[in-house]
Design a protein around this ligand. Structure first.
Ligand code: SAM
Length: 214
């Protein structure tokens, strides 16, 4: 993703603490209190410009959604979209690296992890950075409910193949696999920005749902 310098981003983000949290590590097991209900919490790691997580929040008001993005210059675009969408009350965003998940959520605090068009890191020496690497699976498991789920979409065949093996080696159950999501196009599919871009070029979209075994 190309990053434009946005010197105004920090101030703008600070003006909307009702959507964009400045200090997620201080939540201290308080996510359900923050949302004010016991609904499920679904988290997208690498949310980019937010189209997916905001679309999901609008489509499913009885689920709470959290979008996590590494870069200020990117999450600020998600914040702008959330404001345009009148700030759905079941949506929160914050800037963080996925490696920090266990400092932000307690065990069992979230119900599902979404990974959409994660950076593929094709070089073997960068495999540990892939969001479906064993170290990330361990992290997700440490914050998910027992038998929590990962839902993953990508245009990148190499990353998809790698992820199938990584999840299988980890002992996860595959609940759904599609090698061409758009051939089926489930009614409830919410497209991400990257999904729109790649599917417009005729590239197949791969999708899986997997579940931890405990
Ligand atoms: N999910 C969006 C979509 O499908 O349109 C964005 C996809 S983009 C290729 C990947 C995004 O994930 C980038 O915005 C990147 O900054 C973010 N990202 C990559 N690694 C991350 C990490 N470890 N923690 C948080 N965000 C990450």
């Amino acid at each position: 993703m190309r990053l434009r310098n946005k010197p105004w981003a920090r101030d703008f983000m600070a003006e909307h603490p009702d959507v964009l949290l400045a200090e997620p590590k201080k939540m201290n097991n308080g996510w359900r209190d923050l949302f004010g209900n016991d609904h499920q919490i679904h988290v997208e790691v690498g949310t980019g410009m937010g189209q997916f997580i905001i679309g999901m929040a609008i489509a499913n008001p009885d689920i709470n959604y959290i979008g996590i993005e590494h870069f200020d210059n990117v999450i600020v675009s998600a914040l702008e979209k959330a404001i345009e969408a009148d700030k759905p009350s079941n949506l929160r965003l914050f800037r963080a690296n996925g490696v920090e998940l266990a400092e932000i959520f307690s065990k069992g605090e979230i119900d599902r992890v979404y990974l959409n068009f994660s950076d593929p890191w094709p070089k073997t020496r960068h495999a540990k950075r892939r969001l479906t690497h064993e170290t990330f699976l361990k992290l997700y498991e440490s914050v998910l409910i027992p038998a929590g789920e990962i839902h993953f979409k990508t245009d990148n065949r190499g990353l998809f193949e790698y992820s199938l093996v990584s999840m299988s080696d980890y002992g996860m159950k595959l609940r759904y696999v599609s090698l061409d999501l758009h051939a089926e196009m489930p009614e409830d599919n919410i497209m991400t920005e990257y999904e729109e871009k790649f599917s417009a070029k005729g590239q197949p979209i791969y999708r899986l749902e997997s579940q931890f075994s405990n």
